[in-house]
Design a protein around this ligand. Structure first.
Ligand SMILES: [Zn+2]
Length: 510
């Protein structure tokens, strides 16, 4: 983003005056300044009084009882233990913000929750127990996921033999450009690349494969959706035998960032073009204000229509849009908005997903409005359309969301690619499956429980010779587990692990 000096100054009315105040109350070297003028950064303004930093969040669209996006760099904090304050109005009221921890990062990469947080004196406050030991730290409302990170990820995906352009994307997996515009701080946000790609085993013909559409980043601040989607894609591209098998039966159409302008500009939910509107508003094919008339939604909508219709004649089986949310701290569940009346809760993807996770539940989707999921159902023909909400919690790091995303992939494997004889669901029929049969030999299990080996016919609840013969008849099919050698980390991986451990130790000392 190119900014004129005037634009920066007008967006940061407090920067000069507050620095002067801070000088008189802090040690000479500790002049705290904040900067949010970078990819995904967001803050309206700030002021300081001693080591207290008063924050004002930005006012672009947040809807009712929703959380907003704050992300900035604080400089001059070496030896200082700032107490940050922000209005409780900032996140739709005290109820929403009380269930939340701000996070900080020493490297703009690894994020840890502040030690203390809570509502006091009419404001939400957060701080650490000890002073920072370096001059620059990054602070955010959640775990950031910048536009640049999506761009970097897509550049990596492009190198995989299992990723290819869709009908609508070019060799760089670009489906078009966002419209850009001028944001609520008066900054010009340039148009940015938008992406779409197909992920499958191209050596297996497309005929007969199941089509799954995965999207994220429609609400600019809902960064956990992108972390979760990244976990799904990492699994789908991996050498895990389950992923290998799944790629043979399934085509994933992925659109990782539906609102790049809003994400880059640090918006809360909205796009730059329509800052006062929820972009999950307008995905109906019939409404007068539908996606086709909105430049901020049109690129994605047209790409998905072209990609799926060309590939399948307009039929996807699954459509999942990854979002994120804040839930009760004591009960931080993730959920999917589903339609039980359409059979979603009995869908094999969903039943298998529940087995993989312990934190996810379903919520009846009461929306008849034109959300992206309804676009998936109506325009793309998806029988299973869901909005996936992953919940923020201070004890959850990036690993949690990436693992949850992997669980999505494993559930798709079990629903769409697991063969019956693969009793232990590892993508291969061999000794592991035989051992399950033998462990349950001559016993009764729940009828049709294939995890326990009841695979003969439609299941008779008894584990015996018929089940054994199915395993032996499919012996050595599927993808064998990785060899022992490939499980030994490369030297570079080992050194990265060491660095990661050191970083963890440093953070724990704080
Ligand atoms: Zn959302």
């Amino acid at each position: 983003m190119q900014l004129s000096f005037r634009a920066v100054r007008s967006a940061w009315p407090c920067m000069i005056a507050c620095a002067a105040i801070a000088t008189s109350t802090l040690p000479a070297h500790a002049v705290i300044t904040l900067d949010a003028d970078f990819d995904h950064g967001s803050l309206q303004s700030f002021s300081t009084a001693g080591s207290t930093v008063n924050l004002a969040g930005r006012d672009n669209f947040y809807g009712s009882n929703q959380w907003r996006w704050v992300y900035f760099k604080a400089s001059g904090v070496n030896g200082v233990n700032p107490n940050f304050k922000i209005s409780t109005n900032f996140a739709g009221g005290s109820g929403a913000i009380a269930n939340h921890n701000f996070r900080y990062s020493l490297d703009n990469e690894n994020w840890v929750p502040f030690d203390n947080h809570g509502i006091s004196g009419g404001s939400f406050q957060f701080s650490n127990n000890n002073a920072f030991a370096q001059d620059d730290v990054w602070i955010a409302h959640s775990i950031p996921y910048s536009y640049g990170r999506v761009a970097d990820q897509v550049a990596q995906y492009k190198l995989s033999p299992f990723v290819s352009p869709t009908i609508s994307s070019d060799a760089n997996l670009v489906i078009g450009q966002s419209p850009g515009g001028v944001d609520d701080l008066g900054r010009t946000i340039a148009p940015r690349d938008m992406w779409g790609f197909k992920l499958t085993d191209n050596a297996v013909p497309s005929a007969g494969k199941t089509q799954v559409v995965l999207t994220s980043g429609l609400h600019a601040n809902e960064v956990l959706g992108n972390h979760t989607l990244e976990g799904t894609i990492d699994f789908l591209l991996s050498n895990d035998p389950r992923a290998t098998e799944l790629r043979k039966t399934t085509e994933f159409f992925v659109y990782p960032l539906l609102n790049p302008d809003g994400r880059f500009a640090g918006n809360n939910r909205a796009t730059i073009q329509n800052p006062n509107q929820d972009p999950n508003c307008c995905w109906s094919p019939t409404a007068s204000s539908n996606w086709q008339n909105k430049p901020d939604l049109k690129v994605s909508g047209e790409a998905m229509m072209a990609d799926l219709q060309t590939a399948t004649g307009g039929e996807a089986e699954y459509f999942i849009d990854y979002h994120s949310t804040i839930s009760n701290l004591a009960d931080p569940d993730d959920f999917m908005f589903l339609h039980p009346e359409k059979g979603h809760t009995a869908d094999p993807f969903w039943t298998n997903f529940l087995k993989e996770t312990s934190t996810v539940f379903s919520l009846q989707s009461t929306s008849t409005g034109p959300t992206s999921a309804n676009f998936g159902e109506i325009e793309l023909g998806a029988a299973f359309d869901a909005t996936f909400e992953t919940a923020f919690h201070p004890t959850r790091g990036v690993d949690y969301y990436e693992e949850l995303g992997k669980d999505v992939g494993v559930a798709f494997f079990k629903a769409l690619a697991r063969i019956k004889a693969d009793v232990n669901a590892d993508g291969f029929v061999g000794i592991g499956d035989l051992n399950v049969i033998l462990a349950n030999w001559n016993t009764n299990v729940a009828i049709g429980d294939i995890d326990q080996g009841d695979i003969a016919g439609s299941g008779d609840g008894f584990i015996g010779i018929e089940d054994l013969n199915i395993v032996l008849g499919s012996w050595n099919t599927g993808t064998p587990p990785p060899s022992i050698e490939s499980l030994i980390p490369e030297p570079t991986t080992l050194s990265l692990l060491t660095l990661g451990t050191l970083a963890t130790l440093r953070r724990q000392r704080r």
